[in-house]
Design a protein around this ligand. Structure first.
Ligand SMILES: [Fe+2]
Ligand SMILES: [Fe+2]
Length: 178
């Protein structure tokens, strides 16, 4: 099955979701604010999977998808500001990887549930799980290694960045269980 924007980044596997929780939520980058982002994204993906698998694909699905797109963009922005301010030489490649996922999510996620096609939904979710695991373990590890000896400076940078008021945003979305 062809997914929109599949040509930008081929899925690591396809043909149905594995139902295995990705490991990325347990991989620390050494900064609690960014580790929290990863855990929130991990839970949001689990909620999306549950809604696709067991819920009636009602109005909360659209809000969960909206949250994922919004929060992913925020998280990427935080990482990019950190990498820029700490002069990480892998910023351009890392941002390119983020931009590919931003484009894929914008193009593909709203289709979930709309098509009423379980194979499409499963492939899209499997792709998301694979991408996040690969990105967090390999690419996020790149800046995590870089800041390892400059954690105080990195923490000051990340803690100074604006964050959305998560509780109020969550209260208006399906992701209200944190
Ligand atoms: Fe990243
Ligand atoms: Fe990340």
């Amino acid at each position: 099955m062809a997914l929109p924007h599949q040509g930008l980044l081929a899925p690591a596997r396809s043909g149905g979701i594995t139902r295995l929780a990705p490991r990325f939520a347990g991989a620390s980058v050494g900064l609690s604010a960014l580790d929290l982002d990863h855990r929130i994204l991990h839970v949001a993906l689990g909620i999306l999977e549950n809604e696709i698998s067991y819920a009636a694909r009602g109005e909360t699905l659209g809000r969960t998808i909206g949250f994922l797109i919004h929060f992913t963009d925020e998280h990427f922005g935080r990482e990019e500001r950190l990498m820029e301010e700490i002069c990480f030489d892998g910023l351009a490649a890392h941002k390119q990887s983020h931009d590919i996922m931003r484009a894929w999510m914008e193009a593909s996620l709203p289709e979930i549930g709309e098509r009423r096609n379980a194979h499409y939904d499963d492939d899209a979710l499997a792709y998301l799980y694979d991408w996040w695991e690969e990105h967090s373990i390999r690419e996020d590890k790149g800046y995590a290694d870089f800041i390892f000896h400059r954690l105080d400076e990195a923490k000051r940078i990340v803690d100074s960045l604006p964050r959305a008021d998560l509780p109020s945003f969550l209260a208006s979305s399906a992701i209200s269980g944190f």
